[in-house]
Design a binder for this molecule. Structure first.
Ligand SMILES: Cc1cc2nc3c(=O)[nH]c(=O)nc-3n(C[C@H](O)[C@H](O)[C@H](O)COP(=O)(O)OP(=O)(O)OC[C@H]3O[C@@H](n4cnc5c(N)ncnc54)[C@H](O)[C@@H]3O)c2cc1C
Length: 367
């Protein structure tokens, strides 16, 4: 029996329990052991490793934000991703050129979203020629302009998550509990007790709860609802034609959509904004006719040459919070913290969310 179990019949005890093995949970667990390698950590997932929004994420990282707090999170996440890459040797991220299609009068508003204070500039003739070669039939309205920014990043969220979990679980005292659906978090004898749907339980000195889209059906449901959390379907189509080497991403800013070259898959990812609110991860989620109609309308208007290649894609649910600003806060005491609200951008904000969660638990000031 492991030394984590102090007496026969007692629940195993850990220094930290991390509920959630997605990007947010995995990074939090990694930071926890990096700060204190002696800390015994249990990472918990209600299903198997790799279940969740992170597995289906497009991994596009545009360090932008629609309010100062979001921009600060985005800028800090960029720095933290660089740190992760330095520590791991590779964080599964590659630069990608980004071009923006936006209504001319919205250009200043777009510039204001850039977390690094950078500005858009009109595409050069050479850049426009590459866009025309890459996006067949590229067209836009008279009042729209094509702009360029500094390169941004295409990541591999599940690859990074697995890599970080491997680091955490490579230490013998740390554990991954799969199929452990936490239904209740309570305090017992100065400890945090996490109780699973089947009655199984562990205790921990502290806990991070990063349930992603399962937020409204678990131990933080009430706290999350109070903070205005909702769930929504997130859809990204696949355009089944290989992106040429060096292909830029194209953000259709006015439509909150983007076309991202996905070189590992040999196709494009076409993310659209699905209007399906209140669709949780345990419901049957499918790309439906309404999503397809929306995607086809955008392609017909801007990249008609991609229409014949619009085939399938990826769909899941994510937790959305007001202002698309993640909520990282204590729940019922200083020893339990929730980190929720990816709002369709949870990969790119996950390092800062995880760092904030750990800082709260460790009594450090928020960064
Ligand atoms: C199709 C799609 C495309 C996307 N594209 C992008 C993109 O380009 N860029 C970007 O930044 N973001 C993108 N996102 C959003 C991003 O993927 C998510 O915001 C992010 O992955 C959320 O990570 P998470 O760790 O919070 O949740 P998840 O990855 O969903 O992980 C949640 C974890 O919590 C566990 N869990 C939940 N409840 C319980 C419980 N009660 N007991 C035990 N375990 C529990 C689950 O088992 C799982 O391990 C996309 C999302 C989707 C669906």
């Amino acid at each position: 029996m492991s030394e984590r179990t102090t007496r026969t019949g007692e629940a195993p005890h850990y220094d930290l329990a991390v509920v959630g093995a997605g990007a947010v949970g995995a990074i939090a667990a990694y930071y926890a052991v990096r700060r204190d390698p002696g800390r015994r950590v249990a990472v918990i997932t209600h299903a198997g490793r790799g279940t969740g929004a992170t597995r289906l994420s497009a991994g596009f990282d545009t360090p932008t934000g629609h309010n100062p707090a979001q921009r600060a999170l985005a800028a800090r996440s960029t720095a933290l991703f660089d740190e992760l890459a330095a520590g791991l040797g590779d964080a599964g991220r590659a630069p990608v050129d980004v071009r923006w299609l936006v209504t001319r009068e919205n250009t200043a508003a777009l510039d204001a979203t850039m977390a690094d204070g950078g500005r858009t500039r009109p595409v050069t003739g050479e850049q426009r020629a590459l866009l025309d070669r890459t996006f067949p039939g590229l067209a836009h309205d008279d009042e729209q302009v094509l702009l360029a920014t500094a390169p941004m990043t295409a990541g591999q969220p599940q690859w990074l998550t697995d890599r970080l979990l491997d680091e955490v679980l490579g230490r013998p005292d740390n554990t991954l509990l799969e199929g452990f659906r936490v239904t209740e978090v309570r305090r017992t004898g100065g400890r945090v007790e996490l109780v699973a749907a089947d009655g199984g339980r562990i205790t921990a000195s502290k806990a991070v709860l990063a349930p992603g889209p399962w937020v409204l059906d678990g131990p933080v449901a009430a706290a999350a609802r109070e903070r205005g959390a909702r769930v929504k379907k997130v859809v990204a189509f696949h355009i089944m034609t290989p992106p040429p080497p060096g292909a830029p991403a194209l953000v259709l800013e006015d439509a909150d959509a983007f076309l991202l070259p996905h070189h590992p898959g040999g196709h494009w990812i076409f993310s659209i904004t699905s209007p399906d609110w209140d669709r949780g991860p345990d419901e049957p989620l499918a790309i439906d006719a309404r999503d397809r109609q929306l995607a086809r309308a955008l392609l017909a208007r801007h990249v008609p040459g991609f229409l014949p290649h619009l085939l399938g894609g990826r769909v899941f649910s994510d937790c959305f919070t007001p202002g698309h600003l993640p909520v990282v806060d204590t729940v019922g005491g200083d020893d339990v913290v929730m980190a929720i609200g990816g709002s369709g951008s949870g990969y790119r904000l996950s390092p800062a969310m995880a760092e904030d969660a750990l800082n709260l638990l460790d009594g450090r000031p928020r960064t």
